[in-house]
Design a protein around this ligand. Structure first.
Ligand code: FES
Length: 487
């Protein structure tokens, strides 16, 4: 026990992390506090049985449970989300419960990038960056031309961009530094302009010509993974990309679990910080790897489902879960990224792509836009299988969409030996005509369970080899020892 009699030290192995928690917290809470991610598909409701850990030393207050076999109880397994901490503990997290070693697939293949570029080219998008840098050479003021600095700058922008005065806007911090910046490089300046609705805002003014260093980051805020692409804003060329697991997984695997966690634990701020930290880590990796500076990233565009966008912006997601399923906003106006803690140019803008409703988010609207579903003559189906899955069917005249939780189904929720696509997961199965089975696992190690692609493969192979019929029923009369009635 620690000096404070109400707190206990929990030592997690093999991570070798020690965390102090209050008595009465669960082992799963302690793992969260230690930033250790363990399997918890049901979000700590004591249903899935995936959060098994081994109690190496110490005592916990845990109810008897059917989630553990007698052998597991004999080996000191406990259900982490049900085990209340009553002493200092040493906890061993077994392989099957760890989340490390999972695959995140990043489409960095050059061939795919070319195909994708061709798709975008076909879509006839006119390249017009939301935030652009323009270099201006201003005429210095004279006695005969004594226009103020700010109006002089506006005149130059209007001349170059062909915009009207009444759509332009400047912030106080820009005005403060403007006289110095204009004169620093003999009236040559680079102005960063950003669209905020119909307003064109001066985001920054820098001395000299820096117009060739303007970057944006496109973020896919998934429920399970967060992917960031660094782009050159002038050309839309992808410079680099990186992905991490969404650390919000510690609050629940699917977003409904996370909404419940946020409400019950008043944890919205903590959950927002978690996703913002993921994004900042991705950006700093991209910045370091490509030798650029944060100041040169002037915009972020984010696609994600409606709930993830609520978490990203710290908006109350509670009503998304309850009838009549009302989000705070589907169309979120641009804000400064720094307002929610994202570390780019201090005046850079965050553009959040629009959703349609609580369960049809910006992830599917951005996908439908990218393939120009609205221009297709023939009815076309777009399927986005993520932790939440969406299907949209439509053409140039109409579209319908539906969504359902897909990830937990593909990641083994409800399947006794189901697991994520981690090391040891069976991912490929082959069944011969003689019903002999071969398989391969991720990482080529002995099998620990079966992941979603393994499950799909298994069903497809059972259908192909005639073990099941199209309705999923086992065919009668199959003679093999592999098919037997459950005892
Ligand atoms: S049983 Fe513990 S997280 Fe599901």
């Amino acid at each position: 026990m620690s000096e404070n009699s109400n707190t206990y030290k929990i030592h997690f192995l093999p991570n070798d992390k020690i965390v102090e928690v209050n008595g009465g917290s669960t082992v799963l809470d302690a793992a969260h506090n230690a930033n250790i991610y363990i399997n918890s598909i049901c979000g700590g409701d004591g249903i899935c049985g995936k959060c098994k850990v081994i109690l190496s030393s110490g005592t916990v207050d845990a109810p008897t449970t059917k989630l553990l076999s007698k052998e597991e109880v004999d080996k000191d397994y406990i259900i982490a989300c049900e085990a209340g901490i009553t002493s200092d503990l040493q906890i061993l997290i077994p392989h099957e419960t760890r989340l490390e070693g999972k695959k995140i697939l990043l489409d960095q293949n050059e061939q795919h990038a070319m195909t994708w570029k061709a798709t975008l080219d076909q879509a006839n998008f006119k390249h017009d960056a939301l935030v652009k840098k323009i270099c201006l050479k201003l005429e210095p003021p004279t006695v005969d031309d004594n226009v103020a600095d700010h109006e002089r700058l506006y005149q130059a922008i209007m001349m170059k961009q062909g915009v009207e005065l009444n759509v332009m806007q400047t912030g106080y911090s820009i005005l403060k530094k403007l006289p110095t910046v204009l004169r620093q490089e003999d009236w040559t300046v680079t102005v960063t302009l950003g669209h905020r609705g119909k307003i064109l805002e001066i985001i920054d003014v820098q001395p000299g010509d820096t117009s060739n260093t303007n970057y944006g980051v496109a973020i896919d805020v998934g429920t399970t993974t967060v992917v960031a692409c660094l782009l050159e804003m002038e050309t839309s060329k992808i410079v680099d990309s990186e992905a991490v697991y969404n650390t919000q997984m510690k609050f629940g695997e699917d977003y409904i679990q996370r909404i419940i966690y946020a409400i019950q634990n008043e944890a919205l701020d903590e959950m927002q910080r978690s996703i913002v930290t993921d994004i900042n880590n991705l950006i700093s990796t991209l910045v370091e790897r490509n030798s650029i500076i944060l100041e040169d990233i002037t915009a972020i565009a984010s696609a994600g489902n409606t709930t993830m966008h609520h978490f990203l912006l710290g908006l109350d997601p509670e009503r998304i879960r309850k009838e009549p399923y009302i989000p705070t906003a589907n169309f979120i106006p641009p804000i400064r990224a720094i307002q929610i803690g994202i570390d780019i140019n201090s005046r850079g803008l965050l553009y959040t792509l629009p959703s349609v409703s609580a369960y049809v988010g910006a992830d599917i609207t951005s996908g439908a836009t990218a393939i120009r579903l609205d221009k297709k003559e023939m009815p076309t189906l777009l399927i986005d299988i993520g932790t939440n899955g969406e299907v949209v069917l439509g053409n140039e005249e109409w579209m319908v969409c539906c969504s359902a939780s897909a990830g937990p189904a593909f990641e083994g929720s409800g399947i006794k030996h189901g697991m994520r696509a981690a090391k040891g997961a069976i991912e490929i199965i082959h069944i011969t005509k003689e019903f002999e089975v071969s398989y391969s696992t991720i990482g080529d190690i002995p099998p620990r369970g079966i992941c979603g692609s393994g499950l799909l493969d298994c069903i497809a192979e059972m259908l192909r080899s005639g073990i099941i019929d199209r309705s999923g029923n086992f065919q009668k009369g199959i003679k093999t020892d592999r098919l037997r009635k459950k005892r």
